[in-house]
Design a protein around this ligand. Sequence first.
Ligand SMILES: Cc1cc2nc3c(=O)[nH]c(=O)nc-3n(C[C@H](O)[C@H](O)[C@H](O)COP(=O)(O)O)c2cc1C
Length: 179
Amino acid sequence: MKIGIFNGGPRKNGRTAAVTASLRNRFEGCGAVTEEHFLYHMGIKGCLTCGTKSGLENARAMAREFASCDLVILATPIYMWKMTDSLKAFIDVLCAVCKDEDDISEKVRGKRVAAVLTTDVDENVAADAESAIELISEILRMDHLGSFILPFADLDRIGGEECQSEIRNFADKIMKVRS
Ligand SMILES: Cc1cc2nc3c(=O)[nH]c(=O)nc-3n(C[C@H](O)[C@H](O)[C@H](O)COP(=O)(O)O)c2cc1C
């Protein structure tokens, strides 16, 4: 199984990346092949029509990569009650590529997708981002498997047994679901 993680957080050593690293650990322990893509570091951010040419090209390449995965994770810290600009810019391009390219659109349809959201406060602040990802899953006719929302995110807490156990359970849940 090929699992792609599309991380919209700018901090490669941040809390969102700590959650996705633990998820990857579990996935790989179960025999999956995983790859994490840090969108911000590929120049995928803000409005790509006004952004860099390479940012747009990278986003298109990532859309094809997304289409090639068996399971995808959309990961983002919550910034000002929303997903990051990087994840939003990637989703914008993914929608455009699906509209223009029938073969990609076909591969994205039915795609198993899950979300990882981290926040400093309680999980209510992630509601907008969670429903935006649910909506985009519906629009692209993907199979949305659920969201892992980590409120009061903190590296020590993420490393703790309780959180690690929650992450393992989430990983197992989304790996088991078959479309
Ligand atoms: C610019 C900015 C805006 C943020 N806005 C929110 C917010 O609206 N609600 C919230 O709970 N946390 C907010 N946070 C905190 C982050 O969501 C939280 O610290 C997150 O776990 C950081 O993940 P990271 O380490 O992967 O960047 C904000 C952080 C930054 C830098």
